[in-house]
Design a protein around this ligand. Structure first.
Ligand SMILES: [Zn+2]
Length: 618
């Protein structure tokens, strides 16, 4: 990445004069330049327009109103200026609104110089968002002037219309004919030539803003939407993006997102096979087919998703990741988009992230009382490592968040390193891992440790470097909560040793491991109870209109908690096998996942086949 040698120029937007002055002084001392200081949204916009700072530090609430958010929205979307929010005790609604403006970071007051420095270091600079052109971003009108298909195929964009003159952006590959066609329709042109890549990015960005109006379409199609019917309405064309009207595709994607959000789906998968494309959604951990569009539509669907997520639609050979933020039924939904090349066309996975973390609590997830008491004891220790393990989709992160919410975070400095940040936690500093700018788990952790947090949550330990830092942190007086991808609790220990963590360090730092799974809960309306001739009883799924014929509705947690005591420490130090570790753990009273599921089976809350599915066939 290109780095500027000049000082980073920062715009400070803060309504409390004492705070503002203190902040400016600290920024100068840290080696930054002040591009200006404003105390209202209007002033911030005016200063940003004339001064073009590299970055803005902005108070969310200005004079008691969330005006900072409006100014930030303008700076971010119109001027390409990254914004870091300063927040104090903002309410959840305000923070959610702030989140929608795509900020480059948050700093929670009061903060020290290290926090300030890290937040600024992590944020991009304006020139990085500017795509190396110093041009003003295309006006909000731009997307309505030329049809997207035309702009894309001819590589041309009307960026601004000023006093009867159209500022047209082109690149070396724009055909002559396109210019004369635009001129015939729009009149006087002022032609600006851009590097090809920059123009392509601008076209993507400009037309992706239609996803803003996509949110309105979602509102319109809310209620009952028949996806299959919608699919048939889509006209027969080779490539819908080539047609002037891609509204049917937009409608379809919106209907899909709406349906997914309404059913509480966690993700949407769009895959292409030899003869058809398949769209599936995952509800309560299980994937199911929603619609099978014609193969011809696949490319158009993927392209539209790329545009909404601000990805490069021309890139089809490399994986890409992006994000769509939209509102469904008035609630903000964050969608993480991952596109990967596959045999019969690209494959898209859209993860829907629920932003309201209020339901996070271990009792609702159904942890047994004795497990909860032991787990609580672990997470309230002043230092050491507590691991939560399980495969993807087993609710590990939710448990960690729930654990954090049980702690008296008001009195402790809690920081997290995550990829992605799945919930906004008020009062907790969350750092997003970003490999693209070199912000790996390990690097983020190292910078975070400089701020001496009391409690650290690590999204996932994936490598030795992260594991080592976690161990060191726990040995130097921090409580570390982390997830690890293993099937059971005992395997977590051998997994870390296999990564290269020294057994004696692990034995002194590890407090406990919680393995978990989520099992689907039987639909209470239609479940059927049975009694075997030998007297065993249980319940099985049937399916009704209440549960979408699946026989299940909602999920329950099953847990296996391994607590490290002196005997276990000795075993870890001596590199005991996972069988020996498990034997010792069971002697200490550990219940395996299957055994813990027994309480749900006895109560008729889940079925035997569901427990087998969730825990594997061992
Ligand atoms: Zn049912």
């Amino acid at each position: 990445m290109e780095l500027t040698q000049t000082l980073t120029r920062i715009l400070v937007v803060e309504d409390e004069i004492v705070v503002s002055e203190d902040l400016q002084q600290r920024l100068r001392a840290l080696g930054f330049a002040i591009a200006g200081a404003a105390d209202t949204a209007a002033e911030a916009i005016a200063l940003a327009t004339t001064e073009r700072p590299d970055l803005a530090l902005m108070d969310v609430m200005l004079h008691g109103r969330p005006e900072g958010i409006e100014a930030a929205e303008y700076l971010r979307s119109q001027l390409n200026i990254p914004v870091i929010y300063l927040t104090a005790h903002s309410d959840r609604a305000t923070l959610q609104k702030a989140r929608l403006t795509d900020p480059s970071g948050y700093i929670v007051k009061p903060f020290d110089d290290a926090q300030l420095m890290i937040a600024i270091e992590l944020a991009p600079r304006r020139h990085e968002l500017d795509l190396k052109t110093r041009r003003e971003a295309p006006s909000p009108m731009a997307e309505r002037l030329l049809p997207y298909a035309f702009a894309r195929s001819k590589q041309i964009l009307i960026a601004h219309q000023r006093e009867g003159v159209n500022e047209v952006w082109v690149c070396a590959s724009t055909p002559e004919g396109a210019l004369s066609e635009v001129s015939r329709n729009f009149g006087t042109l002022q032609v600006v030539s851009l590097p090809e890549e920059a123009l392509r990015q601008w076209i993507n960005t400009t037309y992706s803003r239609q996803s803003g109006s996509a949110a309105q379409v979602v509102g319109e199609v809310e209620g009952e939407v028949d996806l299959s019917r919608l699919m048939q309405e889509i006209p027969e064309v080779e490539d819908l993006l080539e047609s002037e009207d891609d509204a049917p595709i937009i409608r379809m994607i919106n209907a899909l997102l709406t349906q997914a959000a309404r059913e509480g789906a966690s993700d949407i998968h769009i895959e292409s096979f030899e003869h058809e494309s398949v769209v599936r959604i995952r509800v309560d951990g299980v994937l199911r087919d929603v619609v099978r569009p014609k193969k011809a539509l696949h490319a158009a669907l993927i392209s539209r998703i790329k545009i909404m997520a601000q990805l490069d639609i021309a890139e089809k050979r490399l994986p890409q990741d992006g994000r769509i933020t939209l509102r469904v039924g008035g609630r903000p939904v964050d969608v993480r988009v991952s596109i990967i090349p596959a045999g019969h066309g690209e494959r898209a996975v859209l993860r829907l992230l629920e932003k309201d973390a209020q339901w996070l609590n271990l009792e609702t997830l159904g942890m047994a009382q004795d497990t909860l008491v032991s787990f609580d004891r672990l997470i309230k220790r002043p230092h050491g490592i507590v691991l939560v393990t399980g495969p993807t989709g087993s609710g590990k992160t939710t448990t960690l968040y729930a654990a954090l919410s049980r702690l008296e975070v008001g009195q402790a400095n809690v920081m997290t390193v995550e990829d992605p940040i799945e919930y906004d936690l008020v009062g907790i500093s969350q750092i997003q891992v970003n490999e693209r700018i070199g912000m790996s788990f390990a690097r983020a952790l190292r910078s975070l440790l400089r701020q001496d947090p009391d409690i650290i949550m690590i999204g996932e330990i994936r490598d030795l470097e992260t594991a080592t830092i976690a161990v060191q942190a726990s040995l130097t007086g921090h409580l570390v909560l982390a997830t690890l991808h293993t099937n059971d609790a005992a395997l977590a220990i051998t997994r870390l040793e296999d990564m290269g963590v020294e057994p004696y360090l692990l034995s002194t730092s590890l407090l406990g491991v919680l393995a978990q799974r989520l099992v689907r809960q039987l639909c209470p309306v239609c479940k059927e109870s049975w009694t075997e001739p030998d007297g065993r009883t249980g319940c099985s799924p049937v399916g009704c209109s209440e549960c979408g014929q699946s026989g299940y509705s909602g999920r329950l947690g099953i847990y296996e908690l391994l607590v490290v005591d002196d005997a276990m420490r000795a075993l870890i130090r001596d590199r005991a096998s996972d069988t020996e570790v498990l034997r010792q753990a069971r002697a200490n009273g550990l219940r395996t996942l299957r055994e813990d599921a027994g309480r749900w089976l006895e109560a008729g809350f889940t079925s035997l086949e569901e427990v087998v599915r969730a825990t594997g066939s061992d």
